[in-house]
Design a protein around this ligand. Structure first.
Ligand code: SAH
Length: 204
């Protein structure tokens, strides 16, 4: 990838969830935002030749982007088999066009795995439906990598900041975005909602 723009275009062509599971808080990180965070991580030397772990990988946009930027290996952890099927398709699509590093897809809940990596990149469920899940993802990340990029709802940040400090980790960067969520509601109509999201870079 020669530029952030080229990365964003490649990521835009990936397939998204066909039937997002509302309980699992499934939504895709918008391609331009994924590219922005990944490009920063790349410039900071956090991707090339590294083992990256994508927690709650969904359709894979973050981990796949890391592969496009030269990650040595990406491990994807995702609990939903339907998401994993799309992820596999996306990986196959990129494999046709690019030379990628190693990959491993783990179909499991984050809490039932124990895989460490150099860097964890995660856009987890925000804990809107499943209270506390964002914190469980964060706790896993802080104990399984030294460098973490994690997306959170900006409104939950003050709470998380304390939590991170108590665990002796440090936030070294904050990047804020306005996220467009195409939330599929129970009655099958689509509503577009904007939420404020911040990606934290944390060193543990
Ligand atoms: N990271 C992807 C998807 C974000 S949505 C992206 O950036 O586009 C959050 C994802 O976490 C969903 O795919 C959901 O199925 C998954 N998920 C929710 N709870 C989980 C858990 N306990 N363990 C593993 N994956 C989980």
């Amino acid at each position: 990838m020669r530029s952030k723009k080229e990365l964003a275009i490649a990521l835009e062509h990936l397939e998204e969830f066909t039937k997002p599971d509302v309980q699992l808080e499934q939504y895709v990180t918008p391609a331009d935002i994924a590219a922005q965070v990944l490009w920063r991580a790349h410039l900071a030397g956090d991707i090339l030749d590294k083992h990256i772990l994508d927690l709650g990988a969904g359709t894979g946009i973050l981990g796949l982007g890391a592969l496009l930027l030269g990650a040595q290996k990406v491990t994807f952890i995702e609990q939903d088999v339907n998401a994993v099927r799309i992820l596999e398709k996306n990986l196959a699509q990129l494999n046709e066009k690019y030379e990628l590093g190693d990959t491993k897809i783990v179909l499991a809940q984050v809490n039932y795995t124990d895989i460490s990596a150099d860097v964890i990149i995660t856009n987890p469920p925000f804990g809107t439906r499943n209270k506390g899940i964002d914190k469980r993802f964060l706790d896993y990340a802080l104990t399984h990598a030294k460098i973490i990029y994690s997306f959170h709802k900006t409104s939950t940040l003050s709470h998380l900041r304390n939590h991170i400090r108590i665990l002796d980790a440090r936030i070294v960067e904050e990047i804020s975005f306005s996220f467009e969520l195409k939330e599929t509601m129970e009655h099958h109509t689509k509503r577009i909602e904007r939420i404020e999201v911040t990606c934290l870079k944390i060193v543990s």
